[in-house]
Design a protein around this ligand. Structure first.
Ligand code: RB5
Length: 145
Protein backbone atom coordinates (compact mmCIF):
# COMPACT_ATOMS: atom_id res chain seq x y z
CA UNK A 1 0.00 0.00 0.00
CA UNK A 2 1.20 3.51 -0.88
CA UNK A 3 -0.12 6.46 1.11
CA UNK A 4 0.04 10.19 0.46
CA UNK A 5 -0.08 12.31 3.60
CA UNK A 6 -0.63 16.03 3.48
CA UNK A 7 -1.76 18.90 5.62
CA UNK A 8 -1.71 22.60 6.33
CA UNK A 9 -0.02 24.64 9.08
CA UNK A 10 -2.76 23.70 11.57
CA UNK A 11 -2.10 19.99 11.17
CA UNK A 12 1.69 19.82 11.21
CA UNK A 13 2.20 18.19 14.59
CA UNK A 14 -0.44 15.52 14.05
CA UNK A 15 0.83 14.88 10.52
CA UNK A 16 4.30 14.19 11.93
CA UNK A 17 2.80 11.81 14.50
CA UNK A 18 0.97 9.92 11.76
CA UNK A 19 4.13 9.73 9.67
CA UNK A 20 5.74 7.95 12.63
CA UNK A 21 2.82 5.51 12.62
CA UNK A 22 3.21 4.83 8.87
CA UNK A 23 6.90 4.12 9.46
CA UNK A 24 6.10 1.77 12.36
CA UNK A 25 3.57 -0.02 10.12
CA UNK A 26 6.17 -0.22 7.35
CA UNK A 27 3.84 1.57 4.92
CA UNK A 28 5.39 3.52 2.05
CA UNK A 29 4.31 7.16 2.03
CA UNK A 30 4.99 10.59 0.57
CA UNK A 31 4.44 13.77 2.56
CA UNK A 32 3.28 16.71 0.44
CA UNK A 33 2.15 18.86 3.34
CA UNK A 34 3.12 22.36 4.39
CA UNK A 35 6.69 22.60 5.63
CA UNK A 36 6.40 25.91 7.49
CA UNK A 37 4.44 27.29 10.42
CA UNK A 38 3.00 30.24 8.51
CA UNK A 39 -0.63 30.22 7.49
CA UNK A 40 -1.41 28.45 4.21
CA UNK A 41 -4.62 27.51 2.38
CA UNK A 42 -5.77 23.90 2.84
CA UNK A 43 -7.17 23.47 -0.73
CA UNK A 44 -3.64 24.03 -2.09
CA UNK A 45 -2.64 20.81 -0.33
CA UNK A 46 -5.84 18.76 -0.43
CA UNK A 47 -6.65 19.11 -4.14
CA UNK A 48 -3.30 18.03 -5.67
CA UNK A 49 -2.95 15.17 -3.17
CA UNK A 50 -6.51 13.98 -3.87
CA UNK A 51 -5.82 14.08 -7.61
CA UNK A 52 -2.83 11.80 -7.12
CA UNK A 53 -5.01 9.30 -5.23
CA UNK A 54 -7.71 9.50 -7.91
CA UNK A 55 -5.11 8.83 -10.62
CA UNK A 56 -3.97 5.69 -8.80
CA UNK A 57 -0.52 6.96 -7.90
CA UNK A 58 -1.42 6.28 -4.25
CA UNK A 59 -3.87 3.81 -2.73
CA UNK A 60 -4.92 6.03 0.15
CA UNK A 61 -4.56 9.56 1.48
CA UNK A 62 -4.36 10.95 5.00
CA UNK A 63 -5.07 14.68 5.08
CA UNK A 64 -4.67 16.75 8.25
CA UNK A 65 -5.79 20.31 9.01
CA UNK A 66 -7.17 22.09 12.06
CA UNK A 67 -10.58 20.42 11.99
CA UNK A 68 -10.31 17.91 9.13
CA UNK A 69 -13.34 19.60 7.58
CA UNK A 70 -11.72 21.81 4.95
CA UNK A 71 -9.50 18.99 3.76
CA UNK A 72 -12.54 16.73 3.43
CA UNK A 73 -14.63 19.28 1.52
CA UNK A 74 -11.79 19.97 -0.92
CA UNK A 75 -10.79 16.32 -1.44
CA UNK A 76 -14.37 15.31 -2.24
CA UNK A 77 -14.42 17.74 -5.20
CA UNK A 78 -12.05 15.42 -7.04
CA UNK A 79 -13.80 12.69 -9.05
CA UNK A 80 -13.15 9.26 -7.61
CA UNK A 81 -12.34 10.50 -4.12
CA UNK A 82 -14.36 9.27 -1.16
CA UNK A 83 -13.05 11.33 1.75
CA UNK A 84 -14.42 11.77 5.23
CA UNK A 85 -13.55 13.36 8.51
CA UNK A 86 -13.10 10.65 11.14
CA UNK A 87 -12.60 11.31 14.83
CA UNK A 88 -13.71 7.98 16.33
CA UNK A 89 -12.72 4.33 15.94
CA UNK A 90 -16.18 3.04 14.96
CA UNK A 91 -16.43 5.44 12.01
CA UNK A 92 -12.85 4.63 10.98
CA UNK A 93 -13.84 0.98 10.63
CA UNK A 94 -17.25 1.51 9.01
CA UNK A 95 -16.07 4.10 6.54
CA UNK A 96 -13.78 1.45 5.09
CA UNK A 97 -16.23 -1.49 5.30
CA UNK A 98 -19.22 0.36 3.87
CA UNK A 99 -17.92 3.46 2.07
CA UNK A 100 -14.53 2.27 0.78
CA UNK A 101 -13.06 5.66 1.62
CA UNK A 102 -9.73 6.31 -0.05
CA UNK A 103 -9.01 9.49 1.94
CA UNK A 104 -9.34 10.08 5.65
CA UNK A 105 -9.09 13.53 7.18
CA UNK A 106 -8.55 14.51 10.79
CA UNK A 107 -8.27 17.72 12.77
CA UNK A 108 -5.31 18.38 15.02
CA UNK A 109 -7.42 20.91 16.95
CA UNK A 110 -10.08 18.25 17.60
CA UNK A 111 -8.36 15.04 18.68
CA UNK A 112 -5.17 14.02 20.42
CA UNK A 113 -2.35 12.04 18.83
CA UNK A 114 -3.13 8.77 20.63
CA UNK A 115 -6.67 8.54 19.29
CA UNK A 116 -5.59 9.79 15.87
CA UNK A 117 -3.03 6.99 15.63
CA UNK A 118 -5.63 4.34 16.54
CA UNK A 119 -8.06 5.79 14.00
CA UNK A 120 -5.45 5.79 11.23
CA UNK A 121 -4.31 2.25 12.08
CA UNK A 122 -7.89 0.93 12.08
CA UNK A 123 -8.67 2.70 8.82
CA UNK A 124 -5.52 1.42 7.12
CA UNK A 125 -6.15 -2.17 8.23
CA UNK A 126 -9.88 -2.45 7.47
CA UNK A 127 -11.07 -3.88 4.15
CA UNK A 128 -14.09 -2.84 2.05
CA UNK A 129 -16.96 -5.33 2.35
CA UNK A 130 -18.24 -4.68 -1.21
CA UNK A 131 -21.58 -6.46 -1.93
CA UNK A 132 -24.54 -4.12 -1.42
CA UNK A 133 -22.14 -1.33 -0.51
CA UNK A 134 -20.46 -1.51 -3.93
CA UNK A 135 -23.85 -1.02 -5.55
CA UNK A 136 -24.45 2.10 -3.47
CA UNK A 137 -21.03 3.54 -4.26
CA UNK A 138 -21.73 2.82 -7.92
CA UNK A 139 -24.64 5.24 -7.76
CA UNK A 140 -22.33 7.97 -6.51
CA UNK A 141 -19.76 7.16 -9.20
CA UNK A 142 -22.49 7.34 -11.87
CA UNK A 143 -23.52 10.75 -10.58
CA UNK A 144 -19.91 11.92 -10.85
CA UNK A 145 -19.94 10.79 -14.49
C1 RB5 B 1 -6.86 26.92 9.52
O1 RB5 B 1 -7.00 27.95 10.44
C2 RB5 B 1 -8.09 26.05 9.50
O2 RB5 B 1 -9.18 26.77 9.04
C3 RB5 B 1 -7.87 24.82 8.65
O3 RB5 B 1 -6.79 24.12 9.13
C4 RB5 B 1 -9.02 23.83 8.63
O4 RB5 B 1 -9.42 23.50 9.91
C5 RB5 B 1 -10.14 24.16 7.75
O5 RB5 B 1 -11.14 23.43 7.65
Amino acid sequence: MKVIITGDHAGMTLRNELKNLLEEMDIEYEDTGCTCETSVDYPDYALPAAERVAKGEFDRGIFICGTGIGMSIAANKVNGIRATVVHDIYSAKLTRQHNNTNVITMGERVIGPGLAREIAKTWLETEFEAGRHANRLGKIANYEG
